[in-house]
Design a protein around this ligand. Structure first.
Ligand SMILES: C[S@@+](CC[C@H](N)C(=O)[O-])C[C@H]1O[C@@H](n2cnc3c(N)ncnc32)[C@H](O)[C@@H]1O
Length: 265
């Protein structure tokens, strides 16, 4: 299934809908990524006036407190294509304006956003379409801060599945160079970019995959939903063991890419 096709997108959205109740307790890497994006964002100039902020792919609203603290006067729009994720945001104190929509087809007017924030949602999107839409809705001089995932994400799992069969079990992620090229082609000036490594840890592979499922990223680890059987599972587990750390923890790598973009005035 093409990863940018509507059926695949539907599968991704349903996985996030199902994960909404467990997301908060499992989203350790996502919390760390949002914090990194926040720190990174502070290092680069922002528009003089920020009236409207968009959190694109907001999930349960993890970034909301930081965004409203940073832009107390601005109207904050929280957007996600998962209605169940948005329902969580709605329950929070001073909920922002909620929009249930796709990052690639924003129901927003041209040049209506001054600050565009998106943490760990763009890896699910076509970079070309998502960045074109970002550019369209940003006002001239507006800024975008985006965190997404690069090629080394879940490389342990990809390697281990490689010993099981030749199916596609882990989503392909794009390298930073691709994100930068596409950003520039969309019309953005790249203020800065950064690549960092984050890890999730668990006691065993079942728990590690359980975390991925609990945050709704199930389609990352099984884009084609291939069944590997008992023997395949044993091969997967024993191959993954090679990555176990001396302290006993089993790691999953997240290759974080941070982008600071500006729409020219
Ligand atoms: C890993 S979660 C990150 C949520 C939040 N930004 C955070 O930092 O916790 C990814 C979110 O992006 C949303 N998402 C993924 N693709 C999307 C798309 N094409 N349009 C809108 N939302 C999308 C998912 O529904 C999910 O809530």
């Amino acid at each position: 299934m093409n990863r940018f096709s509507d059926p695949y997108r539907h599968q991704v959205r349903r996985a996030f809908d199902r994960a909404a109740p467990t997301y908060g307790s499992a989203a350790h890497v996502q919390g760390a990524a949002a914090q990194r994006l926040l720190d990174f964002s502070r290092q680069h100039p922002l528009p003089d006036t920020v009236r409207r902020v968009l959190d694109a792919g907001c999930g349960t609203g993890l970034a909301r407190p930081a965004l409203s603290e940073r832009f107390p006067q601005a109207q904050c729009v929280a957007l996600d294509f998962s209605a169940a994720m948005l329902a969580h945001v709605a329950r929070s104190a001073c909920a922002p304006s909620l929009v249930c929509a796709d990052i690639e087809r924003l129901p927003l007017k041209d040049a209506s956003i001054d600050f565009y924030w998106s943490s760990l949602a763009f890896q699910w999107c076509s970079p070309e379409t998502a960045l074109k839409e970002t550019f369209r809705v940003l006002a001239p001089g507006g800024a975008a801060r985006i965190a997404t995932l690069g090629t080394r994400t879940l490389h342990e799992l990809r390697d281990a599945f490689g010993k099981v069969d030749d199916g596609v079990h882990v989503l392909d992620f794009m390298p930073p160079e691709h994100w930068l090229d596409v950003s520039r082609n969309a019309g953005f000036a790249v203020q800065s970019h950064l690549r960092e490594t984050l890890f999730d840890f668990a006691a065993d592979l079942r728990a590690l995959l359980g975390n991925i499922k609990a945050i709704g990223a199930r389609a990352v680890a099984s884009p084609q939903r291939r069944f590997i059987g008992r023997k395949g599972w044993q091969t997967l587990q024993s191959t993954y063991e090679a990555f176990r750390r001396p302290d006993g923890a089993l790691p999953a790598t997240y290759d974080l890419i941070l982008l600071a973009l500006r729409k020219p005035k």
